[in-house]
Design a protein around this ligand. Structure first.
Ligand code: TMP
Length: 210
């Protein structure tokens, strides 16, 4: 897609598991929606055919080779970009996306692929206008998953590999990445999110936030 076709904004929420990014995405969605902005919320893995296969993979990651795992995330993204993201950007919508290609670089990077090579294999996908990278110590995220969500850890959420994932996330250097300290209260993290959104809108064709 040429830049001239793109009228909307792509805002992605990234970070290790349990950083609260999905809660923050929902809070932002509610505010933008109530203020009348043309906003949509989506996530990766998607609920499409590849996304469903990926959810199978969570349960037993060992059934898939590393290359198959990476290919599934790329196929899911390709479908997401073609069917939803590019058309919505062209219509001038604001997309809030829970995880995107930085997650592939970090999570599949943690199983041995070179993160920059992964990013180049994502060149079909539009760059985000803003990637909010939520950061907490990994053990805080894991405690949140277990106690708040009442969940057990899946194959992606083991402590040692999440440390590696967090390290790769922090090492990726792109102008659109803004890190957010997500150890504080939901409200304080939300204020940090709103600060970045206000700056983004002020530099876009959308009405300023107030
Ligand atoms: P979530 O739905 O809780 O965010 O979980 C999605 C899991 O999938 C999470 O552990 C990260 C992982 N994942 C990857 O490994 N690669 C990717 O490209 C994406 C989008 C997610």
């Amino acid at each position: 897609m040429g830049d001239n076709d793109k009228k909307g904004l792509l805002i992605v929420f990234e970070g290790t598991d349990g950083t609260g990014k999905s809660t923050q995405l929902q809070l932002l969605y509610n505010i933008l929606h109530d203020k009348g902005y043309p906003v949509i919320a989506t996530r990766e893995p998607t609920d499409g055919k590849y996304g469903r296969k990926i959810r199978e993979l969570y349960i037993n990651r060992k059934n898939y080779s590393h290359e198959e795992e990476l290919e599934l995330f790329l196929a899911d993204r390709r479908e997401h970009v073609d069917k939803l993201l590019n058309p919505a950007l062209k219509r001038g919508e604001i997309i809030l996306c829970d995880r995107y290609f930085l997650s592939t670089a970090a999570y599949q990077g943690a199983i041995g692929f070179d993160p920059e090579t992964i990013l180049s294999r994502n060149s079909f996908a539009p760059d985000p206008d803003l990637a909010l990278l939520f950061q907490t110590p990994v053990n805080v995220g894991i405690t949140r998953i277990i106690s708040d969500r009442g969940d057990t850890l899946n194959d992606f959420e083991q402590n040692e590999s999440l440390e590696k994932v967090a390290e790769i996330f922090s090492g990726i250097d792109r102008p659109y990445i803004k890190t957010i300290d997500a150890t504080g209260s939901i409200e304080s993290v939300h204020q940090a999110v709103m600060g970045h959104i206000a700056t983004l809108f002020a530099n876009s064709s959308f009405l300023p936030l107030n």
